[in-house]
Design a protein around this ligand. Structure first.
Ligand code: SF4
Ligand code: SF4
Length: 249
């Protein structure tokens, strides 16, 4: 079983995801096609963890496709329209302003895993404290010193939100103030990335090829990052630190 990172089921979508992981672990769902060479350049890997966590390669493949799509879309804007990307390290107004970042169940599992097992000091202590005090209307609990402490597993929505021309002002949502400066992700990459995660939800590679299956299966499962019960993640970090995480993780 690899379910220690799951949020407690809150809706039907979570139950479906839990069943998907069980089927993955039992080898009942076939893997998806391997990434092609161009997407592989964006693939980060955690070999030991990927062997232990059946869902993790799906998520990392999806993020590689997502990042490739974002990179291509940004390059096109720069080349074709002379745009200048405003996003950069140390620019975190978006992580304080946005209160409705969509996140899929597999992404939540990825965040749980990363925060529990991979996050190191000094970020670990800061994030734990922010998890315990985070509010739905506050900044993202993973923002530390204006940078994302979970950069490797930040959600697709964060990866795809890129802004041109000038950095966002505090409190500004450029999607409303200057939509023309917000990158439009390439839909085919988004679709391909989501399709990679379908076995997590109990959908086989064959079923995933059916038109519209990604949207149908996944739309019902989106959660809002800021509304998740993050305080419960902090004691799981302690459990890991003190060697008390349940066996079979
Ligand atoms: S979206 Fe806005 S605040 Fe966020 S990194 Fe880009 S420019 Fe900076
Ligand atoms: S997950 Fe990272 S990138 Fe996304 S809102 Fe939080 S701090 Fe920002």
């Amino acid at each position: 079983m690899h379910l220690v990172y799951m949020l407690p089921p809150k809706n039907e979508g979570d139950t479906i995801a839990t069943q998907g992981v069980k089927q993955l672990n039992a080898g009942k769902l076939s893997g998806m096609q391997p990434l092609d060479a161009s997407a592989k350049k964006y693939r980060i890997s955690f070999p030991d963890d990927e062997r232990a966590q059946s869902w993790l390669p799906l998520l990392l493949d999806a993020y590689a496709l997502c990042d490739e799509g974002v990179s291509i879309a940004i390059a096109r804007e720069i080349k074709n329209h002379g745009r200048t990307l405003a996003c950069g390290r140390g620019c975190g107004a978006c992580c304080r302003t946005h209160k409705d970042i969509p996140v899929y169940p597999i992404e939540l599992v990825g965040i749980y895993w990363y925060v529990i097992e991979k996050l190191e000091e000094p970020f670990r202590a800061v994030v734990k404290s922010q998890l315990l005090s985070c509010r739905k209307t506050g900044a993202c609990p993973f923002l530390v010193d204006n940078a994302c402490a979970i950069h490797a597993v930040r959600p697709m929505a964060c990866r795809q939100f890129n802004v041109f021309s000038r950095p966002c002002a505090d409190g500004e949502d450029p999607f409303h103030t200057r939509r023309q400066d917000v990158l439009t992700p390439i839909e085919s990459y988004t679709e391909a990335a989501l399709a990679k995660t379908l076995p997590f939800y109990g959908v086989s590679a064959k079923e995933a090829k059916k038109r519209g299956v990604s949207a149908r299966v996944l739309n019902a499962q989106v959660r809002i990052l800021q509304s998740c019960p993050w305080a419960e993640l902090a004691p799981r970090m302690d459990d890991f630190d003190f060697g008390q995480l349940p066996s079979g993780r």
